[in-house]
Design a protein around this ligand. Structure first.
Ligand code: FO1
Length: 318
């Protein structure tokens, strides 16, 4: 099983699907970034994972659909609407279908399965972390509270944050069932606070994850490598600012320390990039087993995951 936000998961989910076989992979996706936009339920992280699995993701931008147009957004602007959150015309279709299916009373889990089938996401099971709306809010240094997307998009992740306030909600029943049956869980290379932290803040989630025999996490940051793309650059800057605001360090050792402190014993093995292996000793110091690999090469990463998932599954669980 993979726990993920948007961008990080978009790269890892297809790789894990290849390594494990689509029918053996369930992806639990953060729903804290979700927002109601012009009466529609928009689920950025779910859509990023669904689009990545279905081959529709605009990887350049890091979200939305390839070759999308923004005619509707332009028309909204001409009608005097705020368009700081701009939605592509093809992407809009997904929000219309999701909102219409939700209006029939189906759960977000059921609606996501329907969308996954229609978007050609294959046999991978894509699960919202919760079926309840539990949008993340951020408390700013100046005392204001804003929704995650307001901070991340409208305010370009600039305001200093004093606290991440995960939405109140419970882990979706299908997530708990999947975790109960899982042999391994991989915590994806997503924002440890606003993507992974929000998943682990859901009622029932930490206990369920802790029961999974093999528990790996991937560093969301490769400090000693060039920025892969412009889209990731904003993502990285936002994560760095957020972690710095909260006194955390945006480095493999810093993220390992965060997981060890906030969720003691939850993560047993921590994958960091070989370019950052100078930090391996500090990761081990926090009680996580460091495993250097090439986080920027999906093939290399897949090989490491296969050997880890096979070895750890065979060795007595920690
Ligand atoms: N990110 C932006 O920086 N600007 C946008 O206008 C924007 C629109 C948008 C629409 C749909 C969607 O699924 C994602 C969108 N994103 C946009 C990205 C979104 O804020 C991020 O994908 C996550 O929420 C951060 O993890």
């Amino acid at each position: 099983m993979l726990l993920t936000g948007g961008l990080g998961g978009a790269h890892l989910a297809p790789t894990l699907a290849e390594v494990l076989g689509e029918q053996n992979l369930a992806v639990v996706v953060n729903v804290g970034d979700d927002l109601d936009w012009h009466g529609l339920r928009v689920c950025p992280d779910l859509d990023t994972v669904l689009y990545a699995l279905g081959g529709h993701l605009d990887r350049e931008r890091g979200w939305g659909r390839v070759e999308d147009t923004f005619t509707t957004t332009d028309a909204l602007a001409s009608l005097g609407e705020a368009v700081w959150f701009s939605v592509g015309d093809r992407d809009l279709a997904t929000h219309l279908v999701r909102s219409q299916l939700l209006a029939t009373g189906r759960s977000l889990t059921e609606v996501t399965a329907e969308l996954a089938a229609r978007l050609g996401a294959g046999e991978v099971t894509v699960l919202p972390a919760s079926d309840q709306p539990c949008a993340t809010r951020l408390e700013l240094r100046d005392g204001d509270r804003v929704d995650f997307q307001q901070w991340y998009v409208r305010d370009r992740a600039e305001p200093a944050v004093s606290a991440v306030l995960p939405g109140r909600g419970s882990a979706a029943p299908s997530v708990l069932a999947a975790l109960n049956a899982a042999g391994a869980v991989v915590i994806g290379p997503s924002n440890p606070l606003t993507s992974i932290g929000t998943i682990l803040a859901l009622n029932g989630m930490p206990e369920a994850v802790a029961k999974v025999p093999v528990r790996l996490a991937l560093s969301p940051v490769v400090v000693r490598a060039a920025e892969p793309s412009a889209a990731v650059a904003h993502h990285t800057r936002a994560r760095r600012l957020l972690l710095a605001s909260l006194g955390e360090v945006d480095s493999p050792a810093g993220v390992a320390a965060y997981y060890a402190r906030r969720h003691p014993g939850l993560v047993t093995t921590f994958l960091l990039d070989y370019r950052d292996q100078v930090e391996a000793a500090e990761v081990a110091h926090h009680g996580l087993r460091p495993v250097p690999t090439d986080l920027l090469d999906p093939k290399e990463l897949a090989k490491t995951l296969v050997s880890l998932l096979r070895d750890e599954a065979l060795s007595p669980s920690a």
